[in-house]
Design a protein around this ligand. Structure first.
Ligand SMILES: *Cc1c(COP(=O)(O)O)cnc(C)c1O
Length: 425
């Protein structure tokens, strides 16, 4: 019997189903190749990628400059551990620290690890610098946060699916409403043992919730007034995704050409991951100035792979691409086009309630019950029409293409999206 193309798809899905833990519910499409804004499945069908691996692939799939850095460094020296120095780490730390405007960088691999690292730095700072009594430090977080999947991080999630039966949970976190300065101020006033405030500049996983205009700036000011560290989780929003180098940075003194002057909001601790490598390799980082980073001492934290020479080479190439190809600018401009066109459509739509976002991190809210499967069905139909996207929560679909997209490609994508939505009106 001859193997049909459909069989290739089914075979790959069956293997995952039989031999892989069932910790995801992927869209039924099996990808085998990527280039720039496009991916191809095992049946040879070509798609626009409108998720970018949750914004890890901002620089586009298999960017030649990043791939070359990966290959060249892998052939020379891949891993030493931090037991010895390597000749790439320092170069990378200097490059990235200057790029984002901080004194120092601590290298890790995944976003969740970087968040854990930030929490540890914050707690140490609380005891050793701020003078909070041992084991009393509290960190403020927001409802509907997403910071990763480790035991401590899910301890302060309020997503029942992420938490259920993974207790007992880590103590030391106070949850407040997102985008509420009142809640933040009240909590800061009530409690003398607050060490930090951990926040996403836009809540991506929750459904691309953009806070009020002055929220981050005012929240930072409140933190400063109470001697509390402002910790920005920019794992998803960072590195040009929202039309600026960082979503916290309106106008900061970083390496981004289009961005000079004083920072609008400069976090005390900045957490980066995902697009730090352009999707080629797991690279994450925590950045802070000396006054905070000095609490980290030999033996107090580490990672076998963190800061390895391949990660260093890949991250430098990935960050250079962001600047060389003006990805922040492009995300800004295309984001305006995207929301304008979608808003025009939404005026006459019954199926879409609204579009929201910044730069090329956007979402539409489907006009149906939160637990309906309409968004899922729309994503299946988008796939049939050659565009891959995924619902975030229930009736919300996130749209986050690679930032190397051209305006012509984006307009092509908008046409696909609107044509698909019309089929559901
Ligand atoms: C994806 C994400 C993380 C976790 O990153 P992983 O690499 O999956 O561990 C943390 N914070 C935010 C805001 C994210 O979007």
């Amino acid at each position: 019997m001859s193997v049909t193309k459909k069989d290739l798809t089914q075979e790959a899905i069956s293997l995952e189903d039989k031999y892989g833990a069932h910790n995801y519910h992927p869209l039924p499409v099996v990808l085998t190749k990527g280039d720039g804004v496009y991916v191809w499945d095992v049946e040879g069908k070509k798609y626009y990628d409108f998720l970018s691996a949750y914004s890890a692939v901002n620089q586009g799939h298999c960017h030649p400059k990043i791939v070359n850095a990966l290959v060249a460094q892998s052939q020379k020296l891949a891993l030493t551990s931090r037991a010895f120095h390597n000749d790439m780490l320092g170069k990378y730390e200097k490059f990235a620290s200057e790029y984002f405007g901080f004194d120092k960088l601590l290298p890790m691999n995944t976003g969740a690890e970087a968040v854990e690292t930030a929490l540890k730095i914050c707690r140490r700072w609380a005891y050793e610098v701020k003078g909070i009594p041992e084991n009393e430090a509290q960190i403020i977080v927001c409802t509907n946060n997403f910071h990763g999947r480790t035991t401590t991080i899910i301890s302060f999630s309020n997503d029942p699916v992420a938490r259920e039966h993974f207790g007992p949970y880590t103590q030391g976190f106070i949850k407040i409403e997102y985008d509420s300065l009142k809640a933040l101020e009240e909590t800061l006033k009530k409690n003398n043992n607050i060490a930090g405030f951990l926040v996403e500049p836009i809540q991506g996983e929750a459904g691309v919730y953009v806070p009020s205009d002055d929220y981050l700036k005012e929240a930072k000011a409140l933190c400063e007034a109470h001697n509390v560290l402002f910790i920005a989780d920019e794992v998803q929003t960072g590195i040009a995704r929202t039309g600026r180098l960082l979503a916290t940075c309106g106008n900061c003194n970083c390496a981004n050409k289009d961005c000079s002057g004083t920072p609008e909001v400069k976090p005390d601790i900045l957490i980066l991951g995902k697009a730090m490598s352009g999707g080629a390799y797991p690279v994450s980082a925590v950045l802070a100035n000396d006054a905070v980073m000095k609490v980290i001492t030999p033996g107090s934290h580490g990672s076998t792979f963190g800061g390895n020479p391949v990660a260093a080479a890949v991250a430098m190439a990935a960050l250079e691409v962001v600047k060389d190809e003006h990805l922040a600018d492009n995300a800004y401009t295309l984001g305006e086009v995207f929301r304008n066109e979608l808003n025009n459509y939404i005026e006459e739509s019954n199926i879409v309630k609204l579009v929201r976002g910044k730069g090329l991190l956007n979402a539409i809210v489907i006009n149906d019950a939160e637990d309906s499967d309409t968004a899922w069905k729309i994503c299946l139909r988008l796939r049939d029409h050659g565009l891959l996207a995924k619902p975030t929560h229930g009736n919300i679909i996130r749209f986050a293409p690679p930032l190397v997209m051209t305006e012509a490609q984006l307009r092509d994508c908008i046409a696909i999206i609107i044509k698909t939505l019309r089929e559901f009106e």
